[in-house]
Design a binder for this molecule. Sequence first.
Ligand SMILES: NC(=O)c1ccc[n+]([C@@H]2O[C@H](COP(=O)([O-])OP(=O)(O)OC[C@H]3O[C@@H](n4cnc5c(N)ncnc54)[C@H](O)[C@@H]3O)[C@@H](O)[C@H]2O)c1
Length: 305
Amino acid sequence: MFNLTGKKAVVTGGSIGIGRGYATALAMAGADVAIVNRTEEIGKKTAEELQNKYGIRSFCIACDVTVPEQVEKMMSEAVERLGGLDISVNNAGIALLGADENVPPEDWRKVMDVNVSGMFYCCQAAGKVFIRQGRGGKIINTASMSARIMNCNASYNASKGAVVQLTRMLAAEWGRFNINVNCLSPSYILTPMHASSPLKLRERIRELTPLGYVERPEDLYGPLIFLASDASNYVTGTDLLVDGGHTLNSWLVPLKRELPPRVTPEEEVVQLKHDLDLLGIPYDENGINEELHPNMAEAFKAMFS
Ligand SMILES: NC(=O)c1ccc[n+]([C@@H]2O[C@H](COP(=O)([O-])OP(=O)(O)OC[C@H]3O[C@@H](n4cnc5c(N)ncnc54)[C@H](O)[C@@H]3O)[C@@H](O)[C@H]2O)c1
C-alpha cells in the first residue's frame, strides 16, 4: 500500500532542504525522481546520491518555477525522461524577512511569485499531464504552519494561506480525474533557509513544541509517502500539519518533560550539515553560518537580545 516501486515523481526545490527530504522519501519507497531546481549543479549531486543509495533513476532539470514557459518545458522533459508521471511534489518556496511596515513591493512580489504563482504553474502543468494520461495522480504542495499561525511576515504567511486554498480548490475541481491534491505543512525545519538562525531560537522551539525537538526533513518522510501512495487514495484537499504539536501549544509555562525527546540536538542538524556541504557553504559545529542570511541573523539577534 505504501510501496512506490515504478512510480514516477517530480519534486521542485528538490536538491536541498525539505525538497531533498521528499525526494529521499520517494526514492526509499521505490519511485524514480526528477529533481527540479533553478540551477542544475546541486540537483545533479542529489540525484546521483539517490541513484547510488536506492537504485532508482534520478536526474535534475533546471527550471525557475516563476516562469510558466519554463515550467511547461520542465514538465514535458520530466515526463519524457521518466516515461510518465504519477506524483508531483510542488515544494519550491522562499521567505524574505522584514517588518511589514517596511517591506518593499518587490519583496512582496518575489514571495508571491515563487510561493503562489510558481506553485500554481507547477500544479497546472502536472494536472494537464495527469488528465492527458487518464490514470489519476497525486499532487502534494508544501504549505506551512504559517498558513494557520502568525510567525513570519505578511507576505510569507499570506502566501502559505494561499497555498492551502489553492490546494483545496484544485482538489475539488480535479477529483473527477482521480487526481488527489493535498498539502503538507511543516513547522520550523532545520534547512539552509534556517542556517543563520541562532541556537537560542532552537532552544525556544524545543521548549514550545510538545514533542520537544526541532523538526528535520526526515520527519516528513512518512507523511510524504502516505500522501504519494495508495494509502491516501480517499484523502484530498487536506492540509496535513506535521509540527510536533507546536501550533497547539498555549501553556503559559512549558510543561516539564517526562521523557527525553526522540531526537537529540546533534541529530537535528545532520541533514542541514549535509545540505550545506552540498552547497559548499562553511558552518560551525551547530550548522550555523550567519553570513548566509544576514537579515535573518540580525532579526533573531534583536529578538533574543
Ligand atoms: N524550513 C522551514 O522552516 C519551513 C517550514 C515550513 C515550510 N517551509 C517551506 O518548505 C519549502 C522548502 O523550504 P526549505 O526550508 O527546504 O528551503 P530551502 O531554501 O532550503 O530550499 C528551497 C528550494 O527551493 C528552490 N527554489 C527557490 N526558488 C525557486 C524557483 N524560483 N524555482 C525553482 N526552485 C526554486 C531552491 O533552489 C531550493 O532548492 C518552501 O516552500 C518553504 O516555504 C519551510
